[in-house]
Design a protein around this ligand. Structure first.
Ligand code: PMP
Ligand code: GLN
Length: 385
């Protein structure tokens, strides 16, 4: 169709998310898709039966804007049991359309024109567009290679009177790095005496390895009182396509959040909310998730131990970073494309998670896959000499 040139893009430098680009390339070249983060196995039959049960019972109309009360109560209980803090389901918990909607609504409702928002890089790709659409300015601090620890001194240097928010993510996508208790003490120190709000993206809260405990911001009262914490059932129950997430925050923050959520998402899928509320009674699945994915990480890494890839530490998430600098000096975007087309394994080039596209010759692989999928991928990756 022909059209007049009447548009000025609000996001002139933003293209299609890399997750869609690489997944489409994987489909086109019939490659194993270890790019976008999603499992290639099904969720539990019980969870599917529960959705079916609630659909048949007639729970098929709009849910309340904040989400159904049994699910908010179940989240309140889970949070209290895990992190020893009570969030009021009435006023401090909202069910969202995945974590993505929660992140967007949080940033839209809290960041104002001219505000600065601190982002640690490499960063998950939905933060920056939301900040820009809200009229805010992202201010970047790199995580320290190769362990991707937070350099708190560097972060502190970026704090100004305009700093409205710090976005944190642990376990961290794409690096698999996690917060330590010491990190959170340092965070507490640098924000004391400021009005900075913390957006803590904790979608991988249950996917943590090697005996580490997730350091939720919720565990730290002085931080929690100024934080909005976001999680996702997509990750926890292997249902990324169901688009179910939630956020928890003190009432004053949640009040602002809900003003935006009611007009962007309005309400979230009703029968799925009831099903997940009931399913949360069974704690085993989420409490064993770390162990479950650790086996997959180890299976993938053991398979690659004699390869020329350098395996970076992955302490959480379902991602593994591989440094390919001993194999090629191509740009990571070029190498990832070649790996997909010529070797049949799709991954994500990590440079896309940096605003200035720093290329450290590292690719991200999602190991949330069946054993046979991982086996096939390893076989293909071992061909790279
Ligand atoms: N944050 C991070 C760090 C993620 O990796 C993802 C995607 N898995 C999201 C947010 C979005 O989660 P959801 O699919 O629930 O929108
Ligand atoms: N969060 C997933 C990842 O990091 C993908 C989500 C998406 O496709 N936007 O791969």
């Amino acid at each position: 169709m022909k059209y007049p040139n009447i548009l000025a893009s609000k996001l002139p430098n933003i293209g299609t998310t890399i997750f869609a680009v690489m997944s489409n390339m994987a489909d086109e070249y019939n490659a194993i898709n270890m790019s976008r983060g999603f499992p290639d196995f099904n969720c539990s039959d019980k969870l599917i039966s529960l959705v079916n049960k609630y659909m048949k019972k007639g729970y098929n109309q709009y849910a309340p804007i904040e989400g159904i009360m049994p699910l908010r109560e179940a989240i309140s209980k889970k949070t209290e049991e895990l992190y020893s803090v009570k969030y009021n389901p009435e006023t401090e918990i909202t069910i969202t359309g995945g974590a993505t909607e929660a992140i967007n609504a949080a940033i839209t409702s809290l960041v104002q024109e001219g505000d600065e928002v601190l982002v640690l890089e490499p960063a998950y790709d939905c933060y920056v567009p939301a900040i820009k659409l809200a009229g805010g300015q992202p201010i970047f601090t790199p995580l320290k290679e190769p362990s991707y620890r937070i350099d708190w001194d560097e972060l502190q240097k970026n704090i100004t009177p305009q700093t409205k928010m710090i976005i944190l993510n642990s376990p961290q996508n794409p690096t698999g790095a996690i917060f330590s208790a010491e990190d959170l003490q340092k965070l507490n120190k640098i924000i004391t005496g400021t009005n900075i709000i913390i957006l803590s993206d904790e979608v991988y809260e249950h996917i943590i390895f090697d005996g580490y405990e997730h350091q939720s911001i919720a565990r730290y009262p002085k931080l929690a009182e100024r934080s909005i914490i976001i999680s996702s059932f997509g990750k926890t129950f292997h249902v990324t396509g169901w688009r179910l997430g939630y956020c928890i925050a003190p009432e004053n923050i949640m009040k602002e959040f809900r003003k935006v959520h009611q007009f962007s998402m309005y309400t979230v899928n009703t029968p799925i909310q009831y099903a997940v509320a009931e399913y949360l009674n069974d704690k085993e699945e989420y409490l064993n998730l770390g162990k479950f994915f650790q086996q997959k990480r180890d299976f993938f890494n053991t398979g690659l131990k004699d390869s020329k890839f350098i395996i970076r530490p992955s302490l959480g998430t379902y991602f593994q970073l591989l440094d390919y600098s001993k194999i090629s000096d191509e740009k990571d975007t070029v190498f990832a494309e070649r790996l997909t087309k010529e070797y049949g394994v799709a991954s994500i080039p990590v440079s896309v998670f940096y605003h200035d596209k720093i290329d450290n010759k590292v690719l991200r692989f999602c190991f949330a896959k069946k054993t046979e999928t991982i086996e096939k991928a390893v076989e293909k990756l071992l061909k790279l000499k």
